[in-house]
Write a protein that binds this ligand. Structure first.
Ligand code: HEC
Length: 117
């Protein structure tokens, strides 16, 4: 008589555990964003060639953590401007998508990590 109960309890436990871990993942708004894995690829694709010296860019270099970190407020401000604004970045390119802008914001809010912990 006990066995089915134990099996039921075990199933309930597994179901609860997997539900908890998946809902935690889905609702976590604190995504970890790091310069090397998330930000550098954005700058190197979206801000090239102008800001990438290796691609013959002669504007302020954004191929390194120090400069991107120092200018993050200006960068965030410019990528959120209307694309017709004189200060809009990336110049001559389409506006960054919402997910990319959100990644830049999350990086700033997370303390501008160089790498993932
Ligand atoms: C087609 C070339 C081009 C691209 C692509 C481009 N920029 Fe620029 N950027 C410029 C020019 C030219 C200036 C200088 C004029 C100005 O300040 O608007 C500039 C200036 C800036 C400045 C001000 C720098 C300073 O000296 O204070 C920031 C911040 C900036 N860009 C961010 C970005 C970001 C972020 C991207 C990519 C998402 C980007 N730009 C893509 C051409 C470009």
């Amino acid at each position: 008589v006990r066995k089915p109960l134990i099996i039921l309890a075990a199933i309930a436990l597994v179901a609860t555990l997997s539900y908890c871990s998946s809902s935690k993942k889905a609702s976590s708004s604190k995504r970890i964003v790091a310069y090397d894995t998330d930000i550098a690829p954005i700058m190197e694709t979206q801000c090239a060639p102008c800001h990438i010296p290796a691609k013959k860019g002669n504007k302020k270099p954004y191929d390194n953590l120090a400069n991107v970190k120092a200018d993050i407020d200006e960068i965030l401000m410019r990528v959120q401007l209307d694309s017709t604004d004189k200060k809009f970045m990336p110049k001559k390119k389409p506006k960054l998508d919402d997910a990319t802008i959100a990644t830049l914001k999350a990086w700033k809010e997370g303390g501008m990590l160089a790498t993932k912990p």
